[in-house]
Design a protein around this ligand. Structure first.
Ligand SMILES: [Ca+2]
Ligand SMILES: [Ca+2]
Length: 385
């Protein structure tokens, strides 16, 4: 507004001076007027320049503020590394942005699959890692092969006699030793069961036996000594071939003034008899219990048990089998002046149990000094060992 007015004023003064000769101004007056207008314009120019400078200054401040704000917006997190055997997806690391992680085939991602750049310039969640997937979990190796895990693969270390990627191929044509030798009693290679293997064979013993490789035999496990039995308190464990038995010998019941007391787990002694009781005096002085173990089908004759006297010093002994299911297979005989023996006279095929009640009578000058009862139990096993 001001410059327009100033120019109009200057022009009207000049016009007045040139167009009207009657009221004409002197040359001097015109020159003075022009100088005044020039002065006015200079002052105005200075003011305009100052305004422009201020405006420029404001623009610079505004620009600075915009740049500063922009810098804040560029705040970012350090680029997280890709896990070994995996990849990172996404490159934007500014505040609020996400990056993702994936694993190579055969690997499973542990940790965070997605992470976000947080205000404090760190990434959310846990650093990811790629774990090799165990390819052996399905037990792919056959015939006793050992599986070795790889990356998206596995390999098999085959047992002796096998080959192929999963040990499915016999390495060489095998001889079935069991089929060839085990079927005949004379060429038998295993005491019990034979299992054919590629390039070899294996002998297996039944339950209750332990295979002894150096002698190629099946040895009975002594469950009683090894404390593998389940006998209750009051019972006694008796080891037998291929197993064990829990026994509890009982003394004869009181009968006709005759009573017995237990003097050990396997022995009963007659209590002193009343003076007038002949029945008691004729009864056995002692009853003892004997448990024997015998493999099946043993050759005969075979002495199973020996009896001798120690209590009396008589001049003769007599033996008898009083009872039990062993009659016909068992026999008792004198072996010397003070001893006798129980003999197996026929082979017995197990599993079975033979029982015999033996009586040993001792005499001096044909007068009975005393009698002893031996209760024998023979456990015959299922196998010939
Ligand atoms: Ca073989
Ligand atoms: Ca046993």
């Amino acid at each position: 507004m001001l410059p327009k007015m100033v120019i109009l004023l200057a022009l009207s003064i000049v016009q007045l001076a040139l167009s009207s000769p009657q009221e004409c101004l002197s040359k001097q007056q015109v020159a003075q007027t022009i100088r005044q207008v020039q002065k006015l314009l200079s002052a105005h120019e200075a003011s305009q320049l100052q305004s422009l400078r201020n405006f420029k200054k404001q623009l610079t401040v505004l620009q600075g503020s915009i740049l500063k704000h922009g810098a804040r917006r560029n705040e970012s997190c350090p680029l997280p590394p890709a896990p070994p055997n995996g990849r990172r997806l996404g490159k934007k690391v500014a505040l609020g942005h996400e990056v993702h992680f994936v694993c190579d085939p055969g690997f499973r991602l542990m940790g965070s699959e997605t992470r976000t750049c947080l205000e404090n310039r760190t990434w959310s969640g846990q650093a990811p890692s790629c774990k090799n997937v165990n390819d052996c979990t399905s037990n792919p190796c056959a015939n006793g092969g050992t599986c070795v895990d790889g990356i998206q693969s596995y390999s098999c270390q085959c047992a002796r006699g096998w080959s192929g990627s999963t040990c499915q191929l016999p390495l060489y044509s095998d001889v079935d030793e069991c089929h060839v030798f085990q079927s005949s009693r004379h060429t038998r290679i295993c005491l019990h069961e034979c299992v054919n293997l590629p390039g070899s064979y294996q002998c297996i013993c039944p339950e209750g036996y332990r295979f002894q490789a150096d002698q190629n035999t099946c040895n009975d496990v002594d469950e009683c000594a090894d404390n593998q039995h389940n006998c209750s308190r009051g019972q006694t464990c008796v080891n037998i071939y291929g197993g064990f038995r829990c026994v509890r010998p009982e003394c004869p019941k009181a009968h006709l003034n005759t009573t017995y007391v237990k003097t050990s787990p396997f022995q009963c002694e007659r209590s002193p008899c009343p003076m007038d009781s002949r029945a008691c005096q004729k009864a056995a002085h002692s009853v003892s219990f004997h448990y024997l173990s015998l493999p099946s089908n043993r050759s005969v004759p075979r002495v199973l048990f020996k009896m001798s006297t120690s209590r009396f010093v008589g001049d003769s002994l007599r033996f008898a089998i009083l009872g039990g299911n062993g009659q016909g297979k068992l026999m008792v005989q004198r072996s010397d002046q003070h001893a006798g023996e129980l003999v197996l006279t026929r082979p017995v095929v197990g599993p079975t149990t033979l029982e015999a009640e033996l009586e040993m009578s001792e005499f001096a000058h044909k007068v009975l000094l005393g009698k002893h009862i031996f209760k024998i139990t023979v456990f015959v096993s299922q196998y010939e060992f």
